[in-house]
Every structure is written in structure tokens, then in C-alpha cells.
Design a protein around this ligand. Structure first.
Ligand code: 1PZ
Length: 212
């Protein structure tokens, strides 16, 4: 994978994360997020605190996946089953090093909620419903913000105002000229939506949507 952000790469990773039986594979899910981090980083240092949090969460998931119990982290479904069975969901004493006190389930839940924000935001951009800063804060108020304390909401609000206007933003997606980028975006939204919905149903079925 190149250092430069590519929307198509992100779409491909999330697509590949879905198995035929609608399981979601952890490695490809993480890969999709790694791609998104590149976009965040290319937006400038005001977004650094957001990208740092995502990187931190990804490294927790990667170390669980690479740890002694890594086989249980093959998919989101197997992670949920394993952590529920072993009493690790609320952040037990993980065998994997460096992840004491944090569960894979609670870590992934944060990314999962952010995926909803992304789906709303990119959907709005693809349908040209407003400028990126406006759509970003609208999507945020409809999703993630309810899970964030005031101090994060206000820092996020400041960062949103630094987003570029529509065409420069579309060019940053590295998916061709704006009209083409819009088409690629239109294809990305349903893929993100499918990953989101499967995860939401999985978490809801096991009553994990409010993990601290
Ligand atoms: C394109 C512009 C990007 C805007 C991103 C919109 C989301 C703003 C979120 C700001 C919060 C980041 C600071 C860290 C917050 C953490 O406290 C929370 C909860 O984790 P905990 O403290 O419980 O461990 N973290 C999150 O909610 C995850 C936030 C991830 C944001 C991902 C943005 C994805 C960007 C994609 C590419 C444009």
C-alpha cells in the first residue's frame, strides 16, 4: 500500500473484510482504517488528535490479533464470542501484552461509531448537500457527538472548520477529477453501510453497544 491516501484502496479493504457468510475479518477492517488515517493525516495537524486516537485504537486491535489469542480475533464475530466467553468484554486481564484493561470489543466499538459518522459525511458529500465543514458537523451531531464529552465536541468543531471546500476535498480522495471522485464516493457509501450494519447487529444482539 502506498503512503498516499486512495479512496479506492479503502473501499477495497472494507469490501474484502466481508466474507461470503457476512463475517467481518479483522485484518482487512484494520487495513481500511489505516487507509482512512492517511486521509486524516493529509488534512493537516488540526486533525492530529483525531488521527492519534484512531492509530492508538488500531494498535490495540493489532496487538490482540498478533498476540497469543490472536486466532480468536480473526473476525469481529469470533472476537465477540471469545471475549464474551472469557469475561474480557469489559476489559479484563488480557493475555496479549500491552492491552491490559481494554477489550477488543470496546475498542472496536469506538471505530464502529465513527464509521457511521463517515457514512453520513461521505453520503452528504457525494450528493452535494453542502460544504465539507457543514456536512462534517451535521454528520457528527447525528452520530458520534452523543458519545463525546463537551471538550472533545468543541475541539472537533474547531477542526471541522478547517476542512477544505468541496472540490479540493474531492481531489484529496485521489480518485480522479471531482466528477469521477463523486462516483467512487457513491460506491463507497453502501460498502461502509454494510460493514456498519453487520457490526451494529452483532453488537446489538449481544448487548454490547454501550461498553464503557
Ligand atoms: C474529515 C474530517 C475528520 C473528522 C473526524 C470526525 C470525528 C471527530 C471525532 C473527534 C474525536 C477524536 C478524539 C478522541 C476521542 C476519544 O475519546 C473517543 C472515545 O474513545 P475512548 O476515549 O472511549 O477510548 N474516540 C472515538 O470516538 C473514535 C473517534 C474516531 C474518529 C475517526 C474519524 C475518521 C476519519 C476518517 C477520515 C476522514
Amino acid at each position: 500500500m502506498s503512503e498516499e491516501f486512495s479512496l479506492q484502496e479503502v473501499i477495497d479493504s472494507f469490501k474484502l473484510s466481508l466474507s461470503d457468510s457476512k463475517e467481518i475479518f479483522m485484518d482487512q477492517y484494520v487495513e481500511g482504517w489505516r487507509g482512512l488515517v492517511k486521509l486524516l493525516n493529509s488534512l493537516g495537524s488540526v486533525f492530529g488528535f483525531i488521527s492519534k486516537d484512531v492509530v492508538n485504537k488500531l494498535s490495540i486491535l493489532v496487538s490482540l490479533r498478533g498476540g497469543p489469542e490472536g486466532a480468536h480475533y480473526l473476525s469481529l464475530q469470533s472476537m465477540v464470542q471469545y471475549e464474551l466467553q472469557s469475561g474480557l468484554v469489559e476489559g479484563g486481564d488480557h493475555p496479549a501484552s500491552g492491552t491490559r484493561g481494554v477489550s477488543g470489543c470496546r475498542t472496536l466499538l469506538r471505530l464502529h461509531r465513527a464509521l457511521r459518522w463517515l457514512q453520513l459525511f461521505l453520503g452528504g458529500v457525494s450528493r452535494d448537500e453542502g460544504t465539507p465543514p457543514t456536512l462534517c458537523s451535521l454528520a457528527y451531531s447525528q452520530s458520534l457527538s452523543q458519545h463525546h464529552p463537551w471538550v472533545i465536541r468543541s475541539a472537533a468543531g474547531l477542526a471541522f472548520r478547517m476542512l477544505p471546500p468541496r472540490d479540493p476535498f474531492l481531489r484529496m480522495l485521489n480518485a480522479g477529477e471531482p466528477p469521477q471522485a463523486v462516483e467512487v464516493l457513491g460506491g463507497a457509501v453502501p460498502v461502509l453501510g454494510e460493514v456498519y450494519t453487520i457490526t451494529e447487529e452483532l453488537y446489538s444482539k449481544h448487548d454490547l453497544l454501550n461498553l464503557p
